[in-house]
Design a protein around this ligand. Structure first.
Ligand code: G4P
Length: 546
């Protein structure tokens, strides 16, 4: 039996939550680091390289693959594990290279991010894009320079690159001692101690031995080569004079990134990083605000992701809810803000990395997967007690469009069902051409890869084969004001469509068409997203790279 949590309990529980995502360029080591965080969180006891990941990486979640390979009980969207006194929620961001809305939405549910980089590569294309999304939302970012067991670029050079390319001040909290096969450990600038690692007898499968020594311990001079010792002394002095001082407020404001060095594969530096991270990362109370106060007694949360058919044996669909206040309990009743309907939050899926049991009570910062028979949409807000404001999840405007052509007209019903469900999940947006009947469907996506996902999923999950005829348009704008649809349609570089709520929108061939229409149709307002949805115009350069 569970007792009713009081306000003090809620505060204490919220304060121990750490909800974050890892952002990185493919191959920087996100899967490996995730696995090692689980190892240190005692969610798994033996880590091992996950084989044949490479082939699967671009299509499915790395974590699902990991689950298959390792037989550990994780779900693909969120991992929850206790670490020291903290309750850690690690959100998965899709591993494929094509930047998608999905990644953005996941970051909307995170309170902080770990930016992972390969020491040999530094800031890469995907790092920049994801960083920009975090920076726009002022999400605190913790930098981990990985693969120190390999020779790479100089740590000072990387620090400069982060500051210059990304425009954020960096403050190394530890500093590497050596690199490649000479990587011995890190100097912890806060305790002013050297942490040496020893992987004797393990290949990163189990936690490494750590030894802490004061900088002036004579033992240290015996362990490090004279050159390593001198370099360390020099670099520490240089950082003390030149670097930005540590300032937690600036970290929480997203202005300063604490920097760490390590090697996920050998576990060197993983524990010091995790320790510092849980202590410094904001709790939901310290994080940027959602629509409600996290310690409000009444429950609230919002759907940031919908994932269908996670288990091919059951046609299940899960709506992932970030809890924003109060306490979530299994089978509780809550109101769906969009429809004003009371619903039972039944069959919640546990997200514990190590335990199949569903946690009895969840608090702000936690994520719960709710069984979804098709009633939720991305951005939906749930609450009990007094109504809360809607949690806004901004959307990207689609930039790729295609007409869906069905191979077997008898499968039409399944096609419509599949398209409906996939658009609710946010994989694609579905539009209809007015007057053309429901068969002539146009789909829009932010990244071209989403079309491949669409075709694949229609085939495997709905048994519908389709081909997609790409349309030569690159912008979508929702229409407001006075306009004549037929007149607009007569322009070759424009096409009027209707969205799932029957709101009219315009496809425009290119930037020129957008300028032309803006100038020549002054009575029309062109919106990058449906009216009332917060738009993300400024993210245009994120989807288009730098
Ligand atoms: P990702 O999820 O960010 O795409 O990266 P992932 O962890 O899959 O790592 C990409 C490759 O980098 C893997 O090698 C992995 O073993 C390696 N790696 C990760 N962390 C480290 C590290 O600290 N040091 C070194 N030296 N390598 C690291 P792979 O050959 O692609 O795959 P695998 O056969 O090892 O699984």
């Amino acid at each position: 039996m569970t007792t009713e949590p009081n306000n003090k309990t809620i505060e204490r529980q919220v304060d121990r939550r750490r909800t974050f995502a890892i952002i990185s360029h493919p191959d920087a080591g996100k899967t490996t680091l995730t696995e090692k965080l689980l190892l240190y969180g005692d969610a798994i006891h033996l880590a091992g390289s996950v084989k044949s990941r490479r082939a699967a990486r671009h299509a499915v979640s790395d974590w699902m693959e990991m689950e298959k390979q390792r037989g550990i009980s994780i779900t693909s969207s969120v991992l929850q594990f206790p670490y020291r006194d903290y309750a850690v929620n690690l959100l998965d961001t899709p591993g494929h290279a094509d930047f998608s809305e999905d990644t953005y939405r996941t970051l909307a549910a995170a309170d902080s991010a770990i930016m992972l980089m390969d020491v040999a590569k530094g800031v890469e294309a995907q790092t920049k894009k994801l960083f920009k999304v975090c920076a726009m939302r002022k999400i605190p970012i913790f930098t981990f320079i990985n693969k120190m067991d390999r020779y790479g670029r100089k740590p000072l050079e990387l620090m400069e690159e982060v500051e210059e390319t990304l425009g954020i001040a960096a403050c190394p909290l530890n500093w590497p001692i050596g690199m490649g096969k000479d990587f011995q450990g890190v100097y912890d600038r806060q305790s002013e101690q050297v942490i040496l690692f020893d992987s004797e007898g393990t290949h990163g499968e189990t936690k490494v031995e750590e030894r802490r020594l004061e900088l002036d311990d004579p033992e240290l001079e015996k362990i490090l080569s004279p050159r390593q010792f001198d370099t360390l002394q020099e670099e520490i002095e240089l950082l003390d004079i030149a670097g930005d001082p540590f300032d937690l407020q600036r970290v929480h404001a997203g202005e300063l990134t604490p920097m760490f060095f390590g090697s996920a594969i050998t576990n060197f530096g993983v524990r010091p990083f995790l320790d510092a991270f849980v202590e410094m990362a904001p709790s939901p109370r310290q994080a940027r605000e959602f629509n409600v106060e996290p310690t409000r007694g009444d429950f609230s949360g919002f759907v940031f992701k919908i994932q269908a058919n996670m288990n091919p044996d059951h046609r299940d669909r899960l709506a992932f809810v970030r809890i924003t206040s109060g306490v979530f309990e299994k089978d509780m009743q809550a109101k769906l803000l969009r429809t004003d309907r009371q619903i039972k939050l039944a069959y919640p899926q546990q997200m514990m990395a190590s335990d199949r049991e569903m946690a009895q009570q969840l608090y702000a910062g936690d994520i719960v997967g709710l069984y979804d028979p098709g009633r939720f949409r991305i951005g939906d807000t749930l609450y009990t007690g007094n109504p809360v404001d809607e949690q806004e999840i901004p959307r990207f405007s689609p930039e790729h469009f295609a007409v869906v052509q069905i191979e077997d007209p008898l499968r039409r019903k399944q096609l419509i069902k599949g398209l409906d469900q996939l658009s609710e999940e946010g994989t694609i947006q579905v539009f209809r051409q007015p007057g053309k009947g429901s068969l002539d469907v146009v789909v829009g996506a932010v990244g071209i890869l989403q079309f491949e996902v669409l075709k694949h999923r229609l085939k495997t999950e709905y048994n519908v084969e389709v081909s997609l005829r790409h349309l030569d348009f690159s912008h979508a704008r929702w229409l407001q004001g006075e306009f004549d649809e037929d007149a607009l349609n007569r322009q070759q570089f424009l096409k009027v469509l209707h969205d799932r709520d029957d709101l009219p929108l315009l496809l425009l061939r290119n930037d020129w068409a957008l300028n032309y229409t803006t100038q020549n149709y002054p009575d029309i307002e062109l919106l990058p997203n449906p009216p009332g949805t917060p738009g993300l115009e400024e993210l245009h350069d994120v989807t288009h790279g730098f």
